[in-house]
Design a protein around this ligand. Structure first.
Ligand SMILES: Cc1cc2nc3c(=O)[nH]c(=O)nc-3n(C[C@H](O)[C@H](O)[C@H](O)COP(=O)(O)O)c2cc1C
Length: 389
């Protein structure tokens, strides 16, 4: 098993999940990693654990370095089970370890998951733990993305254990940013931000201000590659993801039973193209909602279409709208559209849903009976282009 020393006396002891394709509903086409780190000093500290099925992989890596019984601290930066799931197995092997977590939310969350049979130490923002030649400073990052979240900074090493922040779902046997394709990991970081952190832009901006004040030569997140050569790139990307601004970009999202709504979606796409707006077309039958959200992150315009099916929008469209509502994008402009036979309820339903998200309408909904004519399609295209002007 590879023994990766990321800095003298500090090791990657996490796990690579090559096969995971759905992460609580988010599509992870490139797999994932659950990163844990071991710091060997006068005191020994494990930073985070892994998903439960990977506990043995973590313990095997630790055993190659030290006897797990000698581990003094288990720092849990985040309660969620992709980082804490292995705590029961890990604590069996590390009975002397004290679990260090945020107070009060980390303590409350971990006890609700694993009981209070372990020795816990609650820490607050500004608290520090001396390991020997190194220390660990705890920085609270509440709601990034749970109330318990914190990050751990080792000033002597200029090393930030950032947990979910700056992470990406990307599996690789190489663990540094300069050993893999940067464009791919930045795209995965964008997808991660869009699907996990998008509702917390304000908190992200606040955390970025703190992180910018730290001397850094390495950021070790809990998912994906460790940043050492491209720290400025990922910080700039996070600033852009979370600044609340949108770009002149559009997403056109739809489902269709007999291609009429699809024809309308393509005409809308043409309208954006005519107006010089960068636009992407997403058929919900073949695109995952988590991939669509990656483009929604910076898109100013969102067009959503569905035919009417039994007095409703199609379930795929309802699912997309429900998911997008939760991720709470702001300051968007929308268009509702669709084909129908007799009642046409899907179109006002979509409109109401998007209005409920606080979006502004680009123009009146486009609602057509059965198959659109060439003239109607051309009209849609022109109308969109006109409304972009
Ligand atoms: C199973 C089924 C149920 C439908 N229910 C409704 C309905 O309740 N109200 C309505 O206006 N149209 C209804 N329609 C008609 C479709 O909305 C219409 O055929 C529309 O043009 C389909 O658009 P599409 O080609 O994008 O799928 C239904 C069609 C099907 C196949």
């Amino acid at each position: 098993m590879d023994r990766l020393e990321i800095k003298k006396g500090i090791y990657f002891v996490g796990a690579v999940d090559w096969d995971v394709r759905s992460f609580h509903g988010y599509s992870t086409n490139r797999g994932a990693t659950y990163n844990a780190y071991l710091i060997v000093d006068e005191k020994i500290a494990l930073i985070d654990t892994v998903k439960a099925p990977f506990a043995e992989e973590l313990l095997r890596r630790v055993r190659e370095i030290v006897d797990p019984a000698k581990v003094d601290y288990l720092v849990s930066n985040h309660v969620e089970m992709d980082h804490s799931g292995a705590i029961p197995q890990v604590m069996e092997a590390m009975p002397n370890a004290v679990i260090v977590t945020s107070a009060p939310s980390g303590l409350k969350g971990l006890k609700a998951h694993y009981g209070d049979k372990y020795q816990y130490m609650g820490v607050k923002a500004g608290d520090s733990l001396k390991l020997g030649s190194r220390s660990l400073n705890f920085v609270a990052t509440p709601m990034l993305h749970w109330p318990d979240n914190m990050v751990t900074y080792c000033p002597e090493e200029k090393l930030l254990f950032s947990n979910d922040a700056f992470g990406q779902h990307f599996s690789s046997n190489l663990h540094f940013d300069d050993q893999v394709d940067l464009a791919v990991v930045l795209q995965e970081a964008k997808k991660y931000y869009a699907n996990i952190l998008m509702p917390y832009g304000v908190q992200t901006q606040k955390a970025l201000q703190i992180v910018k004040g730290l001397e850094l030569d390495m950021i070790a997140p809990s998912h994906g590659v460790i940043w050492r050569s491209h720290i400025q790139d990922i910080m700039a990307a996070y600033d852009e993801f979370s600044n609340g601004e949108t770009n002149e970009e559009a997403v056109v999202v739809y489902d269709s039973m007999w291609h009429s709504t699809e024809k309308m979606a393509r005409a809308i796409l043409e309208g954006f193209t005519r107006a010089g707006v960068s636009a992407k077309l997403f058929d919900l039958k073949v695109n995952h909602i988590s991939d669509i959200m990656t483009d929604v992150l910076k898109a100013k315009y969102i067009a959503v279409g569905s035919p009417t099916l039994n007095n409703n929008m199609m379930p795929t469209v309802a699912s997309f709208l429900c998911y997008m509502k939760g991720l709470a994008p702001k300051k968007r402009k929308f268009l509702a559209f669709g084909s129908y036979g007799w009642g046409g309820q899907s179109i006002p339903q979509i409109r109401e849903s998007l209005q409920g998200m606080g979006f502004e309408e680009i123009m009146e909904p486009v609602k057509l009976t059965y198959i659109p004519t060439e003239e109607q399609l051309l009209y849609i295209e022109e109308k969109i282009a006109e409304n972009m002007g």
